[in-house]
Design a binder for this molecule. Structure first.
Ligand SMILES: *Cc1c(COP(=O)(O)O)cnc(C)c1O
Length: 834
């Protein structure tokens, strides 16, 4: 036994991993095993302050996290030292959201120490995969936008870009979702309660942030102060010794904050009032694709921008290039990417620093600002575009308002010069919207104040040029670019799906594919290979069995592992059309009930996702899904063919468990509404087939794999626009489609809510009396027909597996390493060192 362990530890025996959660690539090395054991014991004893008799699993998780962190520190310091010595162009990614999920497993994977760590803990009688479950997700994001930042920072380290992420260290991340009688309930996400072993506070780099006050003789005075205290998290690249930094700011009250109260002798009141300042980093706003013009949110945006810009400038002032060239070198040494308009206050803030603090003139300041900044647009939905009321902006940032007015004045002069006499265009293009209370259009400000604006998938990048930013594209065509999103294959395949990873490793030895997903194209030649197909099928089945166990434990529902796992996980939003999926489930339910002797292809329909707490329609959609689930699961005649599971509290760590087990991925947004999607890519990478519309990155996925390997249905963007222009009438579809009519009538009449027949009248109204904005009814029949085709193919497993292999083999483009290399080359002008 001991002998065998030593052999395993030396990597002499290639055996299946000790558990299913680890791939063969992380075989343990003996020296490292001993080192990890010693380090773990040391941290448990001296850092956590416990012995084995009283330590909890959280203690063990923290001790192993710190042992792993220790292995990052040397590489981290060497990386940062090297940047300082070589003074390369650096990339700064500013984002209000960082949806990182868990760090321990990812850090072990990127360091290549999964095997040693598992073995070390195993020898101590502990299981790493169990301990990993005690880590809280860093849920500092809502959905795709925040997760994109997380995939990007992983890729920036992996391709060897000198990069820094900047964000806010929210004390409460995205709320925890619970269902109470099928309704969503939100609970606070107190993720820092037991401490965060991955962060290091850097109080010496605290920044002083000013707000409020007024402008007097061109000076911003009588401001209130708040401190921004940075917390750094190391971000390792994949086995390349690069460790970059994610710097998150936490708000803290300065002593002077309540000087008035102190002076009045109100000591208690003053200390209590500190909360007001510290509220800035208290909680993540839980809206996805929705603008809510709250003062605290504007404060958060300015807090991030001001602290990060001050920190960036401070760093560059210590570099040798600065001593030679000063500000002139800044755009050559720093590229700052704005993740949506959320940090677009960077435009007036950098102008303020240059003009008010550095004494530069307007033209030089403008040149530095626009050549340093660039902006990524994430949506065309009008309700998501940020338009801050001037009154609120003026109260919080009076000096910035002056600068925005001046920017707009000069911008208007440029428009006039280019389009003399075109007054309509002039008013359309104003950054300041008049009428009904003036507002600042942050998207326009971001385009005018940067050198590049990009969409996140080809279709979306074309759409912004034709719709929301048409006038700006005509004026500045050279600024508009596309950067199709991607996902990191390390977290979303190697970490999430060891079974599939091992299969790929067997066919593609060496580790090249882990950073170059185009290598997977070599799997195409195995698409007809019986052994490979069976292995792919077995890997999927193994993953499905894990989810069956999870569902049995969590919800007491027994799933049929051989049923088709049909999965719709993402934020709940009308444009994502979870309701269309519901109409399909109800259609199936009705068909099964009407044909008790007929055989159907068994399905398990899975949902996951949170909705914004104030989004009434989405809340009802969640309740409807849960009611449909109850009825289907508790009717034996139906549940044989149709079960429905709604996973509570969908988040990054849960996505990693569910996605590898899915057969069919639902990507069914109305064409033209989903900018890219990244969930779609995670499923494709894990060998799920997609049923989807020609929207976002689905279009490019279809292009890469061929239309014969994806189930595309419904109207394309041109058809959606044409129908809208002609005048869309949902009643035409209702009147002419009996099965659709039956579903809708059931929703209206309380069939799905016998306890309260009018519960879903809002859903009926939205579709039937308020115009069905997202055209569910128009796409209904096409969706139902395509689902029948999906059933047929699933019954032909040979065909299904062949398609799945083609999906995996066509994923190359959707690696976020590829996306990042494009940003580096075409927007940032920065060098990837790997
Ligand atoms: C990838 C991801 C998303 C984005 O999913 P879409 O389907 O692209 O909207 C949202 N939430 C989590 C937890 C994710 O991992």
């Amino acid at each position: 036994m001991a002998e065998n362990k030593v052999q395993q530890a030396r990597g002499m025996v290639r055996r299946p991993s000790l558990r299913k959660g680890i791939s063969l690539r992380g075989m343990p090395e003996l020296e490292n095993v001993e080192e990890v054991k010693a380090s773990f014991n040391r941290h448990l004893h001296f850092t956590v302050g416990k012995d084995r008799n009283v330590a909890t699993n959280i203690d063990f998780m923290q001790a192993i996290s710190m042992a792993v962190r220790d292995q990052l520190i040397g590489k981290w310091m060497r990386t940062q030292q090297n940047y300082h010595e070589t003074d390369p162009k650096r990339v700064y990614y500013l984002s209000l959201e960082w949806y990182m999920g868990r760090t321990l497993g990812n850090a072990m994977l990127n360091l290549g120490i999964q095997g040693s760590t598992e073995e070390a803990l195993n020898q101590l009688g502990l299981a790493i995969d169990e301990l990993e479950e005690y880590e809280e997700d860093a849920g500092l994001g809502n959905g795709g936008l925040g997760r994109l930042a997380a995939c990007f920072i992983d890729s920036m380290s992996t391709v060897g870009l000198p990069a820094h992420g900047y964000g806010i260290r929210y004390e409460y991340g995205i709320f925890k979702q619970e269902f109470v009688d099928g309704w969503q309930r939100e609970l606070p996400d107190n993720w820092l309660r037991y401490g965060n072993p991955w962060e290091i506070q850097r109080p010496e780099s605290t920044q002083n942030i000013r707000m409020y006050g007024h402008v007097s003789n061109g000076k911003w005075v009588d401001t209130k102060q708040v401190l921004a205290v940075p917390y750094d998290t190391p971000v390792p690249g994949y086995k390349n010794d690069v460790v970059n930094t994610l710097r998150l700011w936490s708000a803290s009250a300065p002593v002077e904050f309540q000087l008035d109260s102190f002076n009045r002798g109100d000591y208690m009141g003053a200390v209590i009032e500190n909360n007001v300042a510290e509220d800035i980093s208290r909680v993540l706003y839980p809206n996805d694709n929705f603008f809510e013009g709250k003062e605290l949110r504007l404060k958060q945006q300015y807090f991030l921008v001001a602290a990060s810009l001050a920190d960036i400038i401070r760093r560059h002032k210590t570099e040798p290039s600065w001593k030679e060239r000063g500000w002139a070198c800044f755009p050559d040494k720093a590229a700052i990417q704005l993740n949506d308009t959320h940090p677009s206050l960077a435009v007036p803030e950098l102008m303020r620093i240059l003009i008010d603090e550095e004494g530069k003139d307007w033209d030089e300041s403008w040149k530095i600002t626009t050549s340093t900044l660039s902006y990524t647009n994430h949506t065309v939905l009008p309700e998501a575009l940020e338009r801050w009321p001037v009154s609120l902006f003026e109260k919080l940032l009076p000096r910035h308002l002056q600068l925005v007015y001046e920017i707009n004045h000069r911008h208007m002069e440029a428009v006039k010069a280019k389009y003399p006499g075109d007054n309509d265009r002039l008013s359309r293009m104003s950054i300041i919207e008049e009428g009904g209370g003036k507002r600042i259009h942050m998207g326009y400000l971001a385009i005018v104040g940067t050198h590049a604006v990009n969409g996140v998938a080809a279709l979306h990048s074309e759409l912004i040029k034709k719709t929301i930013f048409k006038d700006f594209y005509e004026m500045y065509p050279e600024r508009f670019q596309n950067k199709t999103n991607g996902i990191t294959p390390r977290r979303w395949l190697i970490k999430a799906n060891p079974a599939l990873t091992n299969l790929i490793d067997e066919k593609l030895p060496g580790e090249k594919w882990a950073t170059d997903l185009y290598e997977l194209a070599k799997l195409k030649k195995f698409a007809d290979d019986k052994d490979f197909m069976r292995s792919i099928q077995n890997a999927k089945r193994e993953n499905k069995l894990s989810v069956c166990r999870l569902v049995a434990e969590e919800y007491g529902i027994e799933l049929d592992v051989d049923s088709m796992f049909d999965c719709h996980v993402k934020r709940i939003h009308e444009y994502k059309r979870q309701l269309l999926n519901v109409l399909h489930m109800i259609t199936r339910y009705n068909e099964i009930k009407a044909n008790p002797d007929k055989e159907f292809t068994p399905r398990t329909v899975m949902f996951g996702g949170k909705c914004a707490p104030g989004y009434e329609m989405a809340k009802r959609i969640i309740k409807l899904i849960n009611n449909v689930a109850d009825k289907c699961n508790n009717d034996p005649a139906v549940s044989k063919y149709l079960k429905v599971v709604y996973f509570e509290n969908y988040r990054v760590s849960l996505a990693e468990k569910i996605i590898p087990a899915v057969d069919l991925s639902e990507q069914i947004s109305t064409a033209g509404t989903e900018a890219s999607g990244t969930g779609n890519m995670k499923f494709m990478l894990n060998g799920s087939l997609t049923i989807g519309t020609m929207d976002g990155a689905n279009v490019e996925m279809a292009e890469e794999m061929g239309l014969e390997n994806i189930f595309i249905f419904g109207m394309d963007v041109d058809e959606v626009h044409a129908l809208g222009a002609k005048g869309y009438n949902p009643h035409e579809f209702y009147d002419n489609n009996a099965t659709l009519r039956e579903c809708l009538d059931q929703i209206r009449d309380g069939f799905w809510s016998p306890e309260d027949p009018s519960m879903f009248s809002m859903i009926w109204d939205t579709l039937m009396t308020r115009g069905d904005q997202y055209m569910l009814l128009a796409d209904y029949q096409s969706y139902i027909d395509k689902q029948r085709e999906v059933d047929e193919v699933y019954r032909d497993q040979k065909k299904w597996l062949k398609m799945a292999i083609h999906n995996i083999a066509s994923i190359g483009k959707f690696n976020s390493d590829r996306t990042i290399r494009e940003y580096a080359e075409e927007i940032w002008g920065a060098q990837c060192r790997n």
